[in-house]
Structures are given as C-alpha cells and as structure tokens.
Design a protein around this ligand. Structure first.
Ligand SMILES: [Zn+2]
Length: 113
C-alpha cells in the first residue's frame, strides 16, 4: 500500500498501481549514506568510472572502497550488461550494450519521482 493523498495505491516492489489501473515505477532520485546526500547517477561517464573503480577495488580486495561504491551503483540509472558480465574480451563484440558494458535501467511504464 502506498499513499500520496487520500487514494490508496497498491505497491509491489518499486511499482505502484493507482485505483484507475495506471502503473508507475518509483525512481530513486538520491541516496543518503552515512549522513551525506548523493544524487542518483544518471551520467554514463560517471557510472562507467565508478563501476570500473569498484571493480578494481574488488579485485584488489579493497572491500571498504567497494562497499562505498556499491550503493551508488545499485541506485544508478544504469545496470551492468548481462550479456558479457564485464568480461573485457566479450564486451568488444556485445550487441546488447553497444560495447559500453552497461545499459539504461529499462522500464516500459511511466516514472514517478
Ligand atoms: Zn553488453
């Protein structure tokens, strides 16, 4: 159940359904981590830089750095490409993401901010 006024909307995960049947995705606009506000990552270059930094941190067992990056990546407007799972040699031929290594979070329904 989700309310923004007197109407009661059904909520399933991050999808809400109004009584008239229209469906919306809730979109993460920002995060508060350890008392600091972070806006949602919606710039592809920023996402790629942070994703690469997190991967390097993980490969070097720098779990503190990885843990700081992970919530920002999880809330970003992009997701890692599922076709190759960040294997560099496969990324160069990936048709799914156009060799970027990530795609926009997909949704076919309107977003609610
Ligand atoms: Zn891909």
């Amino acid at each position: 159940m989700f309310r923004i006024n007197a109407e009661v909307w059904d909520m399933n995960g991050l999808t809400v359904t109004r009584p008239d049947g229209s469906v919306y995705d809730l979109v993460l606009a920002g995060l508060r981590i350890n008392g600091r506000e972070y806006s949602n990552i919606d710039d592809p270059d920023t996402y790629r830089a942070l994703a690469d930094s997190a991967q390097i941190a993980l490969e070097n067992h720098d779990f503190g750095t990885y843990q700081r990056a992970h919530p920002l990546l999880a809330g970003a407007s992009f997701v890692k490409c599922n076709s190759y799972m960040d294997h560099f040699s496969l990324r160069e031929d990936c048709q799914n993401c156009g060799c970027l290594g990530f795609t926009a979070r997909s949704s076919s329904i309107p977003k609610l901010r």
